[in-house]
Design a protein around this ligand. Structure first.
Ligand SMILES: Cc1cc2nc3c(=O)[nH]c(=O)nc-3n(C[C@H](O)[C@H](O)[C@H](O)COP(=O)(O)O)c2cc1C
Length: 396
């Protein structure tokens, strides 16, 4: 984008207010001076990764998704997933739920045990094993069930002064858009905001997010006063500022753009304050970040081998665009200890940040495909079906 246009989009957005009464926050609310939220990403946004992003300055950082059922069954790994980082506040937990009673129990448990300050509900998952059962992005089509789940969540969190938000996609496919009705129902149920990933389930991660849908939702929800957060394809600070300027959304949710680039949050803070400078860490600075990530993962998993297995998926993202000998890249892809990580990274010479290669799209890029739905799913939007959860469900 030309410089002049960029200057035009850099009007400072208003802070985003998240009403939280239980945490001793000032005036019972958290004010996100830069309205930026780290998107929940299963397998990525654990407390280690959130810590790296938080250190860059912006906003709110949502946990990996956990299922409401696994929470009430107290699965140890689920309880690990909601562990906050040191000093993390507010603690934001994303839940996947398909049943109002179960979600209500899960939230009551989180509240009574003081484990969360903000609950986000995931209605965006497009993967077949979830939509096949009517969950994820398929669920809002059953509008009564959707509203019951959201209402049960808000009602369970309300006595504790904890806000509930929802995250959704545009709909199932081109012919079955659900976002406008679902957002109205969520607003009626009392959510603090609606976040929209501007793709349908059919699109998975294909093509480009259609930001015009975010603008449409902003207009649609205006009478309710419920803010809209936009999500999809923010790869730079400039993209974040542009999404706000183009769509009128109250804030942005950022996912894949920060994979291997936690400093994107610093760029977003700057861009939203009228400063177009970008972080361009040298390879040595990126190396520091990788080692820190590794150490934080060891704390999180309490097991070095497991931490390194988790870190392996981040290697290519961190090193994207840098010149790294093939043997070192492949050894990093199998790294088994912190010592080995440091040794391998110690073999590299410093290099400037490869801005041109590193700023484009990254992460999941799956092609679109017709969503798999339960038989007859589209026949009756008012039906209240019983949906089961696949235990291995993850992702959005
Ligand atoms: C690896 C991965 C895991 C994800 N897991 C979740 C999840 O657990 N919950 C959710 O609501 N969305 C999830 N998403 C979707 C993201 O939150 C986000 O909506 C999507 O990536 C689009 O935003 P982006 O273009 O900024 O990446 C996931 C995405 C990725 C790439």
């Amino acid at each position: 984008m030309a410089r002049a246009t960029f200057a035009r989009v850099l009007t400072q957005p208003a802070p985003l207010r998240l009403p939280i009464a239980n945490g001793g926050f000032e005036n019972d609310e958290v004010v996100l001076s830069t309205p930026v939220v780290l998107a929940p990403m299963a397998g990525i946004t654990n407390s280690a990764f959130r810590t790296l992003c938080r250190e860059q300055g912006a906003g709110l950082f949502v946990s990996e998704m956990v299922t409401a059922r696994a929470l009430i069954e107290r699965h140890p790994e689920t309880l690990r997933l909601i562990t906050p980082g040191k000093g993390e506040s507010p603690r934001s937990v994303q839940l996947y739920a398909v049943d109002p009673i179960v979600v209500s129990k899960a939230i009551t448990m989180l509240m009574e045990e003081n484990l969360a300050d903000h609950i986000d509900l995931n209605f965006g998952c497009p993967v077949p094993k979830v939509t096949r059962r009517g969950g994820g992005a398929a669920l809002p089509y059953k509008r009564r069930l959707f509203e019951n789940i959201v209402k049960a969540s808000v009602d369970a969190a309300k006595p504790f002064g904890v806000p509930v938000t929802v995250k959704m996609r545009v709909g199932i496919d081109t012919d079955h858009h659900t976002y406008l009705d679902a957002a109205t129902a969520a607003a009626r149920a009392g959510v603090a905001w609606v976040a929209l990933h501007a793709r349908t389930a059919e699109q998975m991660y294909d093509g480009e997010a259609d930001w015009s849908k975010i603008a449409t939702l902003v207009e649609h929800l205006k009478p309710t006063g419920v803010p809209v957060l936009g999500n999809g394809d923010i790869w730079s600070g400039e993209d974040g500022a542009r999404m706000i300027a183009q769509t009128g959304c109250a804030g942005v949710v950022v996912g894949r753009g920060c994979l291997g680039r936690p400093w994107l949050f610093a760029d977003l803070v700057r861009a939203m304050n009228g400063d177009s400078r970008k972080s361009e860490p040298s390879l040595f600075e990126v190396r520091e970040m990788m080692i820190r990530h590794g150490n934080l993962l060891v704390e999180f998993f309490e097991a070095e081998g497991r931490a390194m297995r988790d870190l392996r998926k981040h290697m290519a993202w961190y090193l994207k665009g840098f010149t790294v000998p093939r043997e070192i890249r492949s050894s990093l892809g199998m790294v088994a200890s912190l010592g080995e990580l440091e040794y391998l990274l110690g073999q590299l010479d410093d290099q400037p940040y490869p801005t041109a290669v590193s700023e484009g799209p990254r992460g999941r890029k799956s092609h679109g495909r017709t969503p798999t739905l339960p038989d007859g799913w589209l026949n009756d939007p008012d039906e209240i079906p019983a949906i089961t959860i696949d235990d291995s469900v993850s992702g959005g």
